[in-house]
Design a protein. Structure first.
Length: 282
């Protein structure tokens, strides 16, 4: 069985469009699991009455990784050899992806975490493989699939991340220390360091409306991304790199303050949160 795992935060309209694309293009055995991080989203309740989805109510907004963990635990208990496709609400498909996924893992059963080619609605490449330079702390992504259908990579985007549960002896989990942003990077690096294989492929393509949800909440978006970035550098980069990038963040925030105050304040709040948790509290 292939399970599509979607985390909702006031995105029921997008999820409706995504499910419509499943109905239009996808054949075969699959199940849609939605973790509702926004219990007040009445659109989600209406959606669940019209579609055969499994709706899991979160006790509150647990963030992306926290929401994924609820869904992963549910699926793992139900079918611990399933294929789980974590997919953003603001995406859609145009192929019979379930058939492609099953055929892919029949050929590559040793791959544990798989990213897909992700394109914008204008068919521009948005994600095709993540890279990490531990010596400089550079977290980037580029088109690793220019000359091949499949490439090993350092990380894949949580926008479209497929997990082959068959290879995991216990339920894989995102670190709850991350609320939003960089939890996908941390997830991939932890499991890569434990010996799990991570690849990206262009045999599977999804279409994405970048930041269509998070851009509604600029301050929160920048705050969480700044904190997640610093937490990630603390874990995976040298200390001097963390300090250099921290100084650059502060300078950039001050420069932005008169031009983009919400962005600047988000950066400063993310830095202050990092200091409070890792410097003051401990």
């Amino acid at each position: 069985m292939v399970y599509f795992l979607i985390v909702n935060y006031y995105a029921s309209e997008y999820i409706q469009n995504l499910i419509n694309s499943f109905h239009k293009f996808v054949n075969g055995d699959y199940q849609v699991v939605v973790v509702n991080n926004s219990p007040q989203d009445n659109g989600m309740k209406q959606l669940s009455t019209h579609h055969a989805i499994i709706l899991l109510e979160s006790p509150g907004n647990l963030g992306f990784g926290g929401g994924c963990n609820i869904g992963l635990e549910y699926i793992y208990k139900r079918e611990n050899k399933a294929i789980v496709w974590i997919i953003n609400p603001d995406t859609y498909v145009q192929d019979n992806v379930v058939h492609i996924i099953k055929s892919f893992f029949d050929l590559h059963p040793d791959i544990s975490i798989l990213g897909t080619m992700t394109e914008t609605t204008n068919q521009e490449i948005w994600f095709a493989g993540g890279l990490f330079n531990s010596q400089t702390g550079a977290i980037s992504h580029g088109n690793l699939l220019k000359d091949m259908d499949l490439a090993e990579c350092d990380w894949v985007s949580g926008c479209s991340l497929i997990i082959n549960l068959r290879n995991f002896h216990q339920c894989p989990q995102f670190d709850p220390a991350y609320f939003l942003y960089y939890e996908d990077f941390d997830f991939c690096r932890r499991y890569a360091l434990a010996g799990y294989k991570i690849y990206v492929t262009k045999k599977i393509v999804i279409y994405h409306r970048p930041s269509s949800i998070t851009n509604k909440y600029i301050f929160r978006k920048i705050h969480h991304s700044t904190y997640g970035y610093l937490l990630t550098l603390k874990r995976y980069a040298p200390t001097y790199i963390l300090l250099l990038r921290l100084i650059r963040l502060l300078i950039y925030a001050l420069v932005l303050m008169p031009i983009k105050p919400q962005t600047a304040l988000g950066k400063l709040y993310g830095v202050l949160r990092y200091f409070y948790i890792f410097i003051i509290r401990f």
